[in-house]
Design a protein around this ligand. Structure first.
Ligand SMILES: NC(=O)c1ccc[n+]([C@@H]2O[C@H](COP(=O)([O-])OP(=O)(O)OC[C@H]3O[C@@H](n4cnc5c(N)ncnc54)[C@H](O)[C@@H]3O)[C@@H](O)[C@H]2O)c1
Length: 351
């Protein structure tokens, strides 16, 4: 593996780009080679902080910059396909923000282009580089919760309203990728409903409720919204013996395990509340100690390692395409008012 820091250019220095820029600049294995944004004010802010990098207003100029070996695409979702394709065609590795593109056909084109050119294509599903999510997966795999019965997640806030995609496509990529990672499976059927308030005339859903059905009968339910009084980022896993809550908003103890379940005779007739109470097991509450690390830092390190080793990243193009196929099926379900839709993975290019 080469020791030279990887020269990375970041395309898009709007709301999210500066977080990526900061982590690239702090990564010992990477070098912030360049930043590109069409908005001069956004560029000026970064120029003041990173005087050693080069700055470009046009993607073409970024892709002519000889110091740029890889590009992070942090432009609005609708532009990902066009921008990522240009990056790959210029011979650069690409880390693309989520969702990988706004259609599965476009994600397929990216996967094929990257393969053809032997380049790394990775999607920014940040939570799969989060050590807390990794810990939740480890707990589930250890069988500590018993059999996983169902999951649900909430990703809610007031804002940030997107202009190019609905709340489902903006927020649910995280929850879809987390559920798949925790269950080590991909859903076979999905359902979704959407509600439009802020963008009713454009028919863009601000709130969405969805369900991912897995082959083994487990379901992952999700609620995403940019029109909610609370900022919530939570996953609950209900197991046959224990239940787990992962609260991404908690800095000190993001995982709580409840030693709770119902006994086998739960549904038998009972004569008193005291008798009924004995059928619910409520033991200790455990909060495993876990050191908080910035997931974006690990995401960047993982990207660099993947480029250097030529091994597919955990969140590679195929993973990004699977999530987009699931989003498309969810959108189809939403259009029918919530009917079940099968997810068809057959367009994924064979290895
Ligand atoms: N992983 C996460 O948790 C997370 C969080 C927030 C946003 N995001 C993703 O980050 C991406 C960007 O989101 P944002 O909120 O920063 O958007 P934004 O609109 O605030 O910023 C996008 C920037 O891209 C620039 N841009 C667009 N087209 C360009 C072009 N052709 N050439 C040069 N510059 C161009 C714009 O000028 C703007 O500054 C989205 O894909 C979003 O889904 C990810």
């Amino acid at each position: 593996m080469s020791e030279a820091p990887l020269g990375i250019g970041v395309l898009g220095a709007g709301y999210w780009g500066p977080n990526l820029i900061r982590n690239v600049a702090a990564c010992p294995d990477a070098r912030l080679a360049a930043v590109c944004d069409a908005n001069e004010a956004a560029l000026a802010k970064q120029r003041a902080q990173y005087p050693d990098a080069r700055f470009h207003a046009r993607l073409e100029a970024l892709l002519e910059d000889p110091g740029v070996e890889a590009v992070i695409v942090a432009t609005p979702a609708r532009r990902h396909a066009e921008h990522a394709l240009a990056v790959l065609r210029s011979g650069r590795h690409a880390l693309v923000e989520k969702p990988l593109a706004s259609s599965s056909a476009a994600t397929r084109e990216l996967v094929i282009e990257a393969r053809h050119r032997k380049l790394t294509l990775m999607v920014g599903h940040t939570f799969l580089h989060n050590n807390v999510v990794a810990k939740v997966r480890e707990i589930l795999a250890s069988g500590a919760l018993g059999e996983v019965l169902y999951l649900y997640s909430q990703r809610l806030n007031l804002g940030q309203v997107r202009h190019d995609v609905d709340a489902l496509w903006n927020l649910a990529p995280h929850d879809i990728s987390i559920a798949g990672f925790l269950l080590d499976a991909r859903p076979v059927r999905v359902q979704a409903t959407g509600l439009s308030y802020i963008r009713r005339e454009q028919g863009i859903a601000d709130v969405s409720f969805f369900t991912l059905h897995y082959e083994n009968g487990v379901a992952a339910h999700g609620h995403v919204s940019w029109l909610d009084p609370l900022k919530v980022r939570q996953h609950v896993v209900v197991g046959s013996r224990r239940m787990l809550v992962y609260d991404d908003m908690s800095r000190d103890a993001p995982i709580t395990i409840y030693d709770k379940s119902v006994e086998k005779d739960f549904l038998q007739p009972f004569s008193s509340f005291a008798e009924f109470s004995t059928r619910i097991r409520a033991g200790d509450v455990e909060r495993p100690a876990i050191a908080l690390e910035e997931p974006l830092a690990e995401e960047i390190r993982h990207f660099v390692r993947s480029v250097r080793s030529a091994r597919p990243p955990r969140t590679d193009g195929i993973h990004g395409m699977e999530v987009v196929l699931i989003l498309e099926a969810l959108s189809r379900s939403m259009a029918t008012g919530g009917g079940e839709v099968a997810v068809d993975y057959s367009s994924i290019p064979l290895p």
